[in-house]
Design a binder for this molecule. Structure first.
Ligand SMILES: [Zn+2]
Length: 141
């Protein structure tokens, strides 16, 4: 299947490398707009063209534009996925009354305290992304 690639703001024949990536919560009003497609984004990827000009784009646009696709697949997308799935797990647990606490332990572990008295600990592989993703859900700081 061929997906037509639409050229938006950033020229596709430039060479974009990936500089960094970050998550900002839209809840806090900190979202930004993708420099390529204009959509409001919370998963931000900073890319740089061959002239050293940097742009902030969403991960879909980063994938279309960058030649460093391996970085997206093996590093950036797993980090965003970890944040997203942990966030939805915590929200689900609170809604169904399964957990009553969620808090950080050391710098890269989350403790989920169950309403029945038990608890579980989950290691966070990408704390710099996942912690901002779940920060507003933590019950103890
Ligand atoms: Zn975009």
């Amino acid at each position: 299947m061929n997906k037509a690639i639409i050229e938006r703001n950033l020229p596709h024949n430039d060479n974009y490398k990936i500089i960094s990536y970050a998550y900002v919560s839209l809840i806090d009003g900190n979202g930004t707009c993708c420099d390529n497609c204009g959509k409001l984004i919370s998963n931000m990827v900073t890319i740089e063209n061959q002239n050293g000009v940097q742009y902030i784009v969403g991960n879909d646009c980063a994938n279309t534009l960058t030649f460093e696709k391996w970085k997206l697949v093996f590093e950036i997308e797993p980090a965003f996925d970890e944040g997203k799935s942990l966030r939805s797990k915590i929200i689900k647990g609170f809604k169904s009354n399964k957990f009553n606490q969620a808090y950080l332990y050391k710098t890269n572990r989350i403790i989920l305290e169950y309403t029945d008295g038990g608890n579980s600990m989950q290691e966070i592989n990408y704390p710099e992304i996942t912690i901002p993703y779940i920060k507003d859900l933590l019950t103890k700081k």
